[in-house]
Design a protein around this ligand. Structure first.
Ligand code: AHG
Ligand code: MN
Ligand code: MN
Length: 354
């Protein structure tokens, strides 16, 4: 009993996400209250998805005989489930005029009874990032990116509303479903992290004003593809492993295979995450609109750098909804070092966007 009381006392020292949204609404880029309501809806969807993810192991055990859940239905894949939960939460609240998602071939036009397309914002998301980690009980995430529409309010959204440069983002964030569940987001005034107390379903401001440490020594790259990397990337990886006391090398290799988790760890401990171009995937693997842009916005707001190895991610003009780009992000010095190798040895392979 005493323990429970102490626990709540501790939590109540921290501001809740709801309180944070109310007290910061004026600093949001456009402070009509619409963005606050949208972030509130994301908070709700994150809690529901968190609840589903935490059951995954149990469902797997009961469904082990043949992929059938307790209701006798074929078990839904969590990435589709997460997509539907986020989509439905936003559609039901009539809070966005359009949604684009990794799990949808095309963007979704949101039209409701209550003239939902009067809403100003579009949301792009990776509803479940790192889905290859679900079955092995390793952290996964959700990534979201928010823009103001560019097409006239009151008309159905168009592709142009989604193909905006990352530097037009109004807000971006991720949810990390790890040892604890965290919502980390920015509205262009720094980055704040909120940890969910699952007992009462409340997010608390546990990580105010998050910043990449100046000196990082973690590199996160799937080195198994080394043979397919460009020369600049290969030279950077050799550099990371060389002995050099001055800059604390060799560095530490950490790769979870969940962008959200790898990025989140590097944001706290200092490091660089790279998904480079490979001979097999010359544009890399990660998607510009709902993976790289939101992470790049958070990265810069936390004092880090995000590029494709040559060009700032937030300056790229997107051409397609599911466009892929190489992605270099994290502590300034480490990204700069990787870019310097790319410029020296692979400048003839610099991506061109038109
Ligand atoms: P998603 O599960 O949304 O498709 O994204 C997976 C991404 C990213 O999270 C991760 O860093 C990367 O794919 C891992 O890819 P590799 O297995 O090729 O390293
Ligand atoms: Mn992903
Ligand atoms: Mn995904």
């Amino acid at each position: 009993m005493l323990r429970t009381r102490e626990f709540f006392k501790m939590n109540n020292k921290h501001m809740t996400l709801g309180e944070f949204i109310i007290s910061n609404q004026k600093s949001f880029k456009y402070s009509s209250g619409e963005l606050s309501r949208l972030i509130n809806s994301i908070r709700l969807a994150a809690k529901v998805v968190n609840h589903e993810i935490r059951k995954a192991g149990l469902v797997d055990i009961t469904g082990a005989a043949g992929d059938i859940n307790v209701q006798g239905e074929a078990q839904q894949k969590l990435d589709v489930l997460a997509n539907n939960l986020f989509k439905q939460t936003l559609i039901n609240r009539e809070i966005v005029c359009g949604i684009a998602s990794e799990e949808e071939d095309d963007y979704v036009v949101v039209e409701g009874n209550n003239k939902a397309n009067e809403n100003k914002y579009v949301l792009l998301m990776d509803p479940l990032d790192g889905s290859s980690n679900i079955d092995v009980n390793v952290s996964v995430g959700t990534i979201f990116s928010i823009y103001r529409r560019v097409s006239p309010v009151g008309t159905p959204v168009t592709q142009e509303d989604f193909l905006q440069k990352g530097n037009e983002q109004v807000a971006a964030g991720y949810v990390a479903y790890g040892t604890s569940t965290m919502l980390v987001f920015t509205t262009g005034n720094g980055v704040n992290g909120f940890t969910l107390n699952p007992a009462i379903g409340t997010f608390y401001l546990s990580h105010p004003n998050m910043k990449f440490p100046e000196i990082g020594k973690i590199y996160s790259v799937s080195e198994g593809y080394f043979t397919h990397f460009q020369e600049g990337m290969k030279r950077f990886l050799i550099h990371c492993k060389e002995l050099n006391k001055e800059d604390n090398r060799p560095y530490t290799a950490r790769y979870i295979g969940s962008l959200v988790s790898d990025f989140h760890r590097n944001l706290i401990k200092g490091g660089v995450y790279i998904y480079p171009a490979t001979a097999i995937n010359p544009k890399g693997k990660l998607r510009l609109l709902y993976e790289c842009n939101p992470m790049a916005f958070i990265c810069e707001q936390a004092g880090g750098t995000a590029s494709d190895g040559f060009t700032r991610i937030l300056d790229i003009k997107p051409t397609e909804l599911h466009q892929r780009v190489p992605f270099y992000s994290g502590s300034k010095q480490l990204v700069a070092k990787a870019e310097s190798f790319m410029n020296e040895f692979s400048s003839d392979e610099k991506p061109v966007y038109e």
